[in-house]
Every structure is written in structure tokens, then in C-alpha cells.
Design a protein around this ligand. Structure first.
Ligand SMILES: [Fe+2]
Ligand SMILES: [Fe+2]
Length: 390
């Protein structure tokens, strides 16, 4: 993709042409949740900490941080075509995920503001930060003659529904992993200034502090929750029709009771950690590998550092975390990366669809098997794992 072929003026066509092809399990997702359950959350057991975090948000430390300086002038032209393409992909992926955070937080703050003002205010501050991040990335895209049509994305992306508790796990992890990803790149480039291919990276240090604060907010929220998350809805939706009966209230209570068993928390923790780690590893060592090389980073070392750090951080709030130190952990993830390479080659080879599917099947099965074994790998109990922090 080059600047001469794609101009800002036809950005909508750019998005329409690209979005379907890029919509894979690895692309950033847009989320929606049960707003009624969110607004009914009782925060009382950790309200003080949440209030303190909200006060930090109000200070808006990065209010004046995201201001472009003269270093951006002409920076885009200095990149060779190959690096330029890799970098634009990075910008697009990052901008979409920042924007996805903005949409979720914004919607939450709007929908719960009457019944849960403290939570709504926190979400509004986080939406402010994410909008700033997405806008800053989008501005860099415009240096390359491109711009993501965020309005188009809002209307046309599929939204994945997650219940509140899963939203906490998923967003907590994506904020913390975002923090480690940005800070690792920043520190690496600080030591290797020649690899700084674009001035955007100068902003990562303060930027990742925003993500860290967002993660801390979900940490505090999970400590106030989810045992008290109760949907008192007497409605149930089956096949698009909504039914109302007091009995459904008991159904919800039973569902939340099951959800709040300690074993359930452990199983979900493992599920989300593995899902986030495996997705990132497969993507970074697959399609994104060359981007990291362009920054002078080895994608494998970088990802393993980020995963280990995020896993350690998650032990502060998750009851169990992955045993990333077991030698089979990265061995199995590497096997998935290897399988994906073969799958990619098969997809791009000659042959009819049926024969390709048969060729792909063993690799899919192998990926499923590796993920299952990773999920079943004995986890580390958080209380033994980081006694100093806890
Ligand atoms: Fe962000
Ligand atoms: Fe964030």
C-alpha cells in the first residue's frame, strides 16, 4: 500500500475495501455488555480505592502530552516502502483497538450515569484518554495519506457481547498488556535511538501510564466485584423475544451464584490469560514479525517479555495465573505459530477449496490440541507467586 494509491479523500473506500479482509480472530474487537447489570453494581467494599483512582483521572496528567511537534514533519517520507507498509498496519491496528476502548467506555459512562455516577465518571475519563490515543494515532496515519474512518468503523464493525465479569477480565488484561507493550518498545528505543522509525514512539512513556491507570481501575473494580454483580432483571431473551416473569430473577441469581464460585474465577482467569497471550503471540510472531524487526526487536523475545510481565501483574488480582515458566508453555505457542505458517501457505497455494480444507484440518486440530494442553497446564497460585507485591 503506498501513499500514491490511497489518498485521504477516499478513506471510506479504503476502509470498506480493507475491513472485511482483515476481520480475523486476531483483529481488534468491539465489545458491548449488560449495561443494566453494570449500573446495578454495588461498589461499597472498594469504593475508597475507586474514588482515589477517579481523583487521579480527574487530574488528567496527559492533558498536554499529545501535542505533535516539528519532528513529525517529513518523518513519513523517510521510511522505505516496506517499513512504511508495516508501520501503517501497526498504526491501523493500534488506532482500532484504542478506538474500541473509547466506544465501550463512552457507552458505559452514558448508560450508567444516573444509577452509578462514580463508575460512570471513571469510564468517561478513560473514554477521554482512549479518544486522545486513537486521535493521535489517526493523525500519524494522515502523515501517510490515510485516515481511519472512525464513524464508519463504529457503524459497521461487529460488536461482541461479553457479560460484565468477562469485560473486566478482558479489558483489565488488554490495558495491562498495552502498558507492557508500550513501555517495552519505549525502553528499547531509548537504548537504540537509530531504530526509532517514527517520532510517535517518543510519546509512549506517558501514554502507557494512561493504560496502566486504566488497568488499575479494573483491578479496583474487580476487587469491589464481581461477587456483588447481580442482575435483578426479570427478563429473559430467547430467540429475539423477551419474556418477563419473577422466576427469571431466580434464574439470574442462580447463574451469578455459579459464576461466583472460586473455581469458576480460576477457570475464567486461565481462559482469559491464555486467550490474550496466545492471540498476541500468534499475531506478533506471524503477520507482525517484520514490524518488530523494523524496530530492531525480536518478536519472540519481545512477546515473551510482555507476556511474563503481564502475567506477573495479573497475579495481583487474578486468583491464578499461567505457568509461563514451564518449558512447554512457549513450546506449544511456538507450535501454533508454526502451524499458522503452514495454514497460511496452504491458503495461498493452488488447489480447490475441498482439498485445501483437508490439508488444513490436521493443523487446526493440532492448534486446538496445543491450546487445550495449555489451558490444562497447572496454573500458578497467585498468592504464592508474588508474595512481595501482595
Ligand atoms: Fe489507550
Ligand atoms: Fe486504556
Amino acid at each position: 500500500m503506498s501513499q500514491s494509491t490511497i489518498e485521504s479523500t477516499n478513506k471510506k473506500e479504503v476502509n470498506r475495501g480493507k475491513a472485511p479482509a482483515k476481520e480475523t480472530i486476531l483483529s481488534p474487537r468491539f465489545y458491548t455488555t449488560d449495561f443494566e447489570a453494570m449500573e446495578n453494581m454495588d461498589l461499597s467494599i472498594n469504593e475508597e480505592e475507586l474514588e482515589a483512582i477517579c481523583e487521579e483521572f480527574r487530574k488528567d496528567y496527559n492533558r498536554h502530552h499529545f501535542v505533535r511537534n516539528s519532528e513529525f514533519e517529513g518523518a513519513a517520507e523517510k521510511l522505505d516502502p516496506e517499513t512504511r507498509e508495516l508501520f501503517v498496519d501497526f498504526l491501523e491496528g493500534s488506532c482500532t483497538s484504542e478506538f474500541s476502548g473509547f466506544l465501550l467506555y463512552k457507552e458505559l459512562s452514558k448508560r450508567i450515569k444516573d444509577k452509578n455516577p462514580l463508575l460512570a465518571e471513571c469510564f468517561a475519563h478513560m473514554a477521554r484518554d482512549e479518544a486522545r490515543h486513537a486521535g493521535f494515532l489517526n493523525k500519524s496515519m494522515s502523515d501517510f495519506g490515510l485516515q481511519l474512518d472512525l464513524g464508519f468503523l463504529t457503524a459497521n464493525k461487529d460488536y461482541t457481547y461479553f457479560p460484565p465479569r468477562s469485560i473486566f477480565y478482558a479489558t483489565y488484561l488488554s490495558e495491562k498488556i498495552g502498558y507492557w507493550r508500550y513501555i517495552a518498545i519505549y525502553r528499547h528505543l531509548e537504548k537504540n535511538p537509530d531504530s526509532k522509525i517514527f517520532p510517535l514512539f517518543n510519546y509512549f512513556e506517558n501514554w502507557c501510564q494512561d493504560e496502566n491507570r486504566h488497568g488499575d481501575f479494573f483491578d479496583a473494580l474487580m476487587k469491589a466485584q464481581p461477587r456483588t454483580v447481580k442482575s435483578l432483571s426479570q427478563k429473559i431473551t430467547i430467540g429475539g423475544s423477551t419474556f418477563t416473569h419473577p422466576l427469571f430473577d431466580y434464574f439470574h441469581r442462580f447463574r451469578y451464584f455459579l459464576n461466583n464460585l472460586p473455581l469458576t474465577s480460576k477457570l475464567w482467569s486461565r481462559f482469559f490469560l491464555l486467550a490474550v497471550f496466545a492471540t498476541m503471540y500468534a499475531r506478533d510472531l506471524g503477520i507482525k514479525k517484520d514490524f518488530y524487526s523494523s524496530l530492531g526487536l525480536d518478536a519472540r523475545d519481545y512477546d515473551q517479555f510482555v507476556i511474563n510481565k503481564t502475567n506477573e501483574t495479573a497475579a495481583r488480582v487474578f486468583p491464578v495465573v499461567m505457568d509461563v515458566y514451564d518449558k512447554s508453555f512457549y513450546g506449544r505457542l511456538d507450535k501454533i505459530v508454526e502451524n499458522n505458517k503452514v495454514l497460511f501457505d496452504i491458503a495461498n497455494s493452488d488447489g480447490n477449496k475441498v482439498s485445501k480444507t483437508f490439508k488444513k484440518l490436521p493443523k487446526y486440530l493440532s492448534n486446538g490440541y496445543q491450546l487445550l494442553r495449555l489451558y490444562l497446564l497447572k496454573p500458578l497460585d497467585s498468592k504464592d507467586f508474588q508474595p512481595s507485591i501482595r
